[in-house]
Design a protein around this ligand. Sequence first.
Ligand code: BMA
Length: 354
Amino acid sequence: MTAHKGYETLFHRHEKNPILTAVDWPYPVHTVFNPGATRLADGTTLLLCRVEDRRGHSHLCAARSANGIDGWVIDKEPTLLPDPENHPEELWGIEDPRITYVEELGKYAIAYTAFGKAGPGVALALTSDFRTFERIGLVMQADDKDAALLPRRFGGNFVLLHRPTTDKGSHVWMSMSPDLHNWGNHKLILLARRGSWWDANKIGLSPPLIETPQGWLMLYHGVRQTAAGCLYRLGVALFATDEPDRCIARGDSWIFGPEASYEQKGDVGGVAFPCGTTLGADGDTIHMYYGAADTSVGLATGSLRHILGWLARHDSPEDAPRWNTASVLGPTIPPPPETQPSPHPEGPPAATPH
Ligand code: BMA
């Protein structure tokens, strides 16, 4: 591990970065970024890249590589195009895929942003080969994005993490479904902080959760608004293995942010935006694929063990399970007693711990 400005470096950029750019594409494209990632059964790394054309609309295109670093074989044509005729929510493109292999289905589930006239929403599609796709369609209406499925059911339900935006900020939520179509039991699982924090007001899931012996590791992005624009950086939190809605640790500082020239310069400078990871054969090495400045694809490599060790030393418990949701989302003003008689004359029921 190398030190950087006195801070531990948890993710190391690959020397060949950016590993994929528009120049590599077999057809004309403007930018290539924010890829979902998975390792196929034969060991091939597959990146499902967000590709933006000169209209500004995005589609998804697969790139395959034996070592996950170079030698990419890119589909000759778009792999998954928006289908606005059948899915008007995709009128202005499909973006930012996150891939989860769901063993029960024997298929990969892709959660992506469908961008239509109502704004960005969350859509799902299934595939077994990244050549043909079965669309489930819009599952979370606008404004919602940054979604990924967990690989198995909990309590009989599929579980989706996602990030709706409201006038109270952008926080990470979890929803349940028996069939991937009908979603409910929504729970707020990670709040954006407030004030001067690096992850104040707006956060979102980055890659799908990574299962570790200690729990589900979440890499999430925090958006810092500055006078010069936004800074997209990465932080880390841990959720209980059997209760993935229960945050058990949350790092205080960001661990990866835009520093290299290709992350600072591009269509949207100041952005490092991972949507996928793969795990090395050692079960420890994470390969993190990220969009750099909304322009190209970067690779950074880390160690699960080091990240979990760092998290144990940097846990910020006041923002993890013991937080006071009301104090972060704003005070609840009680209604005047004469207009709203209490349904509990003996006093309100005890608050359910989050
Ligand atoms: C987010 C998403 C990403 C994008 C990032 C920076 O809101 O839309 O696709 O990379 O902004 O522009």
